[in-house]
Design a protein around this ligand. Structure first.
Ligand code: IVH
Length: 671
């Protein structure tokens, strides 16, 4: 292919990707599945990797890549970034409308209305259609240059779509973090014992003010435009709504809630509708912004100090309130997680009465230093469970009590353990605990566990809800009559299920161990355990220290295994299962010939066509060790698509690298 046609191909891919970004972020109407989008992106990446001279700064592959900064440079806003006046009641809205009408001397005003996003203001400067600068609001006159970070946000186009845009176009809007992304970010932080963000706004601000754009790139940020600054043309339209439609055509997302309404009544109705809709939006809003729609009228109204006279923010009632923690109780989730929940003096938060707030886990309780009797700030955001934001230590009574993790599960009485280094405490009564019943049985029946064909999640739920089974062992005493009494269960399917149950009795120790659903014990670990201990009896008797001597088993997993077998209830269920006839062939310690990969260490990296756990199990069965990081002791690196630093390291160290076909050949040669 000629250089020119390769360049044209790259450009074509970029146009396609830009267009699909627009469909996704601006129109909220993607034309192609994510996988197809990823494919286009990979194709462009491959082309650019082969021809680095063709990479352009506005290529969609160049969103991340800038080096970390020492500090942000200062940006002066040619046109200041203003703030907004507030209205906290319908009366204050009426005052605003009256003021505007008087100043303009008109009967009724046309307003544009849109949600007030709870994020942070940003200015995006496009020159000749290319994003050249992103700047925070700062004090309104001087902000910070956050261009490299802004470039990592998928919703912000690196170049404008279409043509005919002004040579200079400064778009202004809000960067925010969607609720789901925020929850996920905090969940990850909590799991790692790191600091969580108090709300999506703080999370968005903290993410945008990272000196390393690679960190910003991992944060789920989004953007809506709500105005403009410097323009090299006189205007984008006659009204705010027309101008925003133009901005949207250029490829910048505009709130889909933007509407034109007539007069004060139109504003009040819009506000009520948005208050009802608020919880169902996937981002946080703290009110509605109304703007006089006609731009000539806006100009006549002008500004007072730092805010325009032509706009107002009608705010929702506060989402935070003060109350007292009456008690802290512990709830057990379906995976056994034991979660502290604060019982509160009932308090109104944003129009809803709040009685309970989650404390997530004991680390959170310690970090926030919550005591029973404390006065606290509670926060309710949308439909998520209310949270305790912080304690007012100055209001702590002398009688305040420390929160202690119970030693026994409040639901089933089994031991509660919290392994060192884990944030979450768990009930160890996995097979027995009513709170965990459904999940335990679903897992037990699943394909990779006991593989009970035809026993799907819905059926397990019915069986548990009708109290036909209480633990997995009860499955094996189900009768045809009982099964036929269930929804959508005929004679034939009942018999099929009984047959499948019968077949499942013949299993392997590894499958059985996996089916028990011991925390952190996946397929690969089950297999290692089966091979190392050889029998269930030996494993049941093993101490934590002995367990830790097993390859790949660290202190946390060892603690979970020991705690599981320590519970009399779990042992009872296991006995019942064995009595029902579950059996497996004795595990023979394989001879040297049967372990052709003994002593070989593998690392799996990149995206492979099968789950890594599955390949790991296969390799381990042949005696190989599978580890997570590449070192000089690694014998093989199996690299899938988009393998990164591990592959580089393997190359540096001269480790043998296999693709999936290579692995197949190697496995075939051991057979
Ligand atoms: S218009 C001159 N529209 O609210 C008016 N602002 O309290 C400029 N905000 O700094 C702002 N959503 O960060 C406008 N739809 C919206 C908004 C919005 C959120 C923020 C913005 C501004 C602050 C003022």
């Amino acid at each position: 292919m000629s250089a020119a046609s390769i360049r044209a191909q790259a450009e074509d891919l970029r146009r396609q990707i830009d267009y699909h970004n627009y469909r996704y972020y601006v129109l909220d109407d993607p034309e192609i599945p994510d996988s197809e989008y990823d494919r286009l992106m990979r194709e462009l990446q491959a082309l650019e990797a082969a021809h680095p001279e063709l990479i352009t700064p506005d290529s969609p592959t160049q969103r991340v890549g800038a080096q970390p900064l020492k500090e942000f440079a200062e940006v002066r806003h040619a046109i200041p970034m203003l703030s907004l006046g507030n209205a906290f009641s319908d009366e204050e809205m009426a005052d605003f409308d009256e003021r505007v009408r008087k100043l303009l001397n008109v009967e009724q005003i046309e307003y544009s209305a849109e949600p007030k996003l709870d994020g942070l203001a940003i200015s995006l400067r496009y020159e000749k259609g290319v994003l050249v600068q992103g700047a925070t609001r700062g004090d309104g006159h001087r902000g910070e240059d956050v261009t490299s970070n802004v470039r990592t946000i998928g919703a912000i186009p690196l170049r404008l779509l279409g043509e005919g845009w002004p040579a200079v176009l400064e778009v202004r809007g809000e960067i925010f973090m969607p609720k789901k992304g925020f929850e996920e970010l905090n969940r990850r932080a909590r799991k790692k014992g790191e600091k969580t963000f108090a709300n999506p706004r703080n999370a968005a601000a903290g993410s945008l003010r990272q000196l390393d754009p690679k960190i910003t790139a991992t944060r789920p940020l989004s953007f809506y435009a709500y105005g403009w600054g410097e323009l090299s043309v006189e205007k984008l339209g006659d009204s705010y709504s027309d101008a925003m439609a133009v901005i949207k055509e250029y490829g910048l997302p505009v709130s889909p809630e933007l509407k034109v309404v007539q007069g004060l009544q139109g504003c009040l109705d819009y506000f009520d509708a948005m208050a009802r809709k608020r919880d169902s939006l996937d981002y946080e809003i703290d009110g509605v912004v109304f703007k006089v729609n006609d731009l000539q009228q806006q100009e006549r109204l002008g500004f007072v100090s730092r805010a325009p006279r032509w706009a107002i923010a009608r705010k929702f009632p506060a989402q935070e309130a003060l109350t007292v923690v009456k008690d802290v109780e512990f709830q057990v989730g379906r995976t056994g997680a034991v979660t502290p929940v604060a019982r509160l003096d009932p308090v109104e938060v944003g129009g809803v009465t709040v009685r309970n707030a989650t404390l997530h886990n004991m680390d959170e309780v310690k970090k926030k230093d919550v005591h029973i009797g404390d006065t606290v700030y509670v926060r309710r955001a949308g439909d998520v469970i209310p949270e305790i934001v912080r304690v007012l230590p100055e209001r702590r009574p002398k009688t305040a009590q420390e929160v202690v993790l119970p030693k026994h599960c409040p639901v089933c009485g089994s031991d509660v353990i919290k392994p060192e280094g884990e944030a979450v405490a768990r009930c160890t009564g996995g097979l027995y605990c009513p709170a965990q019943r459904k999940e335990a049985i679903k897992h037990f029946a699943s394909r990779r566990a006991m593989d009970i064909e035809g026993l799907g999640d819905k059926l397990v739920e019915q069986l548990v809800e009708q109290e036909l089974i209480h633990d997995p062992a009860d499955l094996y005493s189900l009768t045809r009559q009982q099964l036929m009494g269930l929804e959508r269960m005929g004679e034939k399917s009942a018999q099929n299920l009984l047959d499948a149950l019968e077949r499942s009795k013949e299993t392997t120790l590894a499958h059985f161990l996996y089916a028990l659903g011991i925390r952190e014990v996946g397929e690969a670990t089950s297999q290692t355990l089966a091979q190392q201990f050889g029998s269930l009896e030996a494993l049941e008797k093993a101490s934590e220290e002995e367990l830790q001597e097993t390859p790949d088993i660290g202190p946390i997993v060892a603690a979970h295994i020991a705690a599981f077998f320590h519970q009399p209830h779990n042992r009872e269920v296991i006995d019942k299962l064995l009595q029902a006839g579950i059996h497996w062939p004795a595990v023979e310690t394989p001879s040297e010939e049967e372990l052709p990969l003994k002593g070989k260490t593998f690392v799996l990296t990149g995206s492979l066509s099968r789950p890594r756990s599955e390949i790991k199990v296969e390799l381990q069965a042949l005696g190989a060790k599978v580890t997570g990081s590449v070192s000089k002791n690694t014998d093989y690196v199996v690299a899938g698509e988009a393998a990164g630093s591990k592959l580089d390291k393997a190359r540096d160290l001269g480790v043998t690298i296999l693709d999936e076909d290579g692995l197949k050949i190697l496995l075939a040669s051991t057979a």
